[in-house]
Design a protein around this ligand. Structure first.
Ligand SMILES: Nc1ncnc2c1ncn2[C@@H]1O[C@H](COP(=O)(O)OP(=O)(O)OP(=O)(O)O)[C@@H](O)[C@H]1O
Ligand SMILES: [Mg+2]
Length: 266
């Protein structure tokens, strides 16, 4: 009986828990704002969410008020510590694997480590079956941390700033995803593009989103995240938008995106 229960929990795990990399090597495209506030919107929907901060800038770590003197993701790579030993619970209800500036030299430090892109995937596979959703906030580069996140994920969510330059680099991100799919993780797919920092007053934003939809069709979400200063303020207050300004347009946009993604990922 014990055995059959074990079997069942393993099979439910692959259905219920989604690992999603939030990636775009273009800096400032809204990755961290999306990781934190989408996670918070999913928590409001009653989901148990783990956010893994894969960026040495540690913005998600700071946004959610983690203790920065504790162990961070680097130790999973260098000391092979299990991920669940370094998870911090936060007031937002989001569980967080923190990052720090110590992660800065990781590409060089791991240069001679064979198969180091697999470390994060293996660490995630050993986590208890506790989270409905695991989000990975990637840095603005296609280095080891983004590669590790792509190898560890089933899906990629790409926040794109709705400006002409926002589309820059999208082609090389798509090529990287294809290479990862081909060589390391056949399960990975570019799942959704989320237009972010959309200035709805300008024609340019509409044109950029139109061009995206023409090129990528259904991959572009119907939801959009408009420019909302409350989102930028929420970071300084170390609160997700759903707590800092629950009735703001920013909170409404991320709730809408969470609902659309929840349907897509069901
Ligand atoms: N919808 C929005 N409205 C207004 N400001 C926003 C919005 N989304 C993000 N910002 C601001 O834009 C800047 C970049 O956002 P964010 O840090 O989320 O991008 P990122 O892709 O994570 O950046 P990086 O590539 O450096 O990790 C931040 O100052 C953030 O406060
Ligand atoms: Mg970021």
């Amino acid at each position: 009986m014990g055995k059959s229960r074990n079997k069942r929990s393993r099979s439910t795990r692959s259905l219920a828990s989604h690992v999603v990399a939030i990636a775009n090597q273009k800096g400032g495209s809204g990755k961290t704002t999306t990781a934190v506030n989408l996670a918070a919107a999913f928590v409001e929907l009653g989901k148990h969410v783990l956010l893994i901060d894969c960026d040495q800038q540690a913005n998600a770590t700071r946004w959610l008020g983690c203790n920065e003197n504790e162990s961070d993701l680097l130790e999973v790579f260098t000391d092979k510590r299990p991920l669940d030993e370094i998870i911090q619970t936060t007031d937002s209800g989001i569980d967080v694997v923190p990052s720090s500036t110590h992660l800065a030299g990781i590409d060089r430090a791991m240069a001679n480590e064979l198969g180091c892109e697999m470390i994060l995937r293996k660490a995630i596979a050993k986590l208890p079956n506790k989270w409905d959703l695991i989000l990975l906030d990637c840095p603005p580069a296609l280095g080891l941390m983004t590669a590790s996140a792509l190898v560890a994920s089933q899906r990629v969510l790409v926040p794109v700033e709705a400006k002409a330059l926002g589309l820059e680099g999208l082609a090389s991100l798509m090529m990287t995803i294809e290479t990862v799919a081909d060589r390391l993780n056949p399960d990975i797919q570019l799942d959704a593009i989320l237009p972010c920092i959309v200035d709805r007053r300008t024609r340019l934003a509409t044109e950029v989103i139109g061009a995206l939809r023409k090129r990528l069709g259904r991959k572009v979400l119907k939801s959009e995240i408009g420019v909302n200063i409350r989102l930028a303020e929420a970071f300084s207050h170390r609160l997700p938008i759903t707590s800092y300004a629950s009735s703001s347009a920013g909170a409404a946009d991320y709730r809408q995106a969470a609902m659309e993604l929840a349907k897509r990922w069901r």
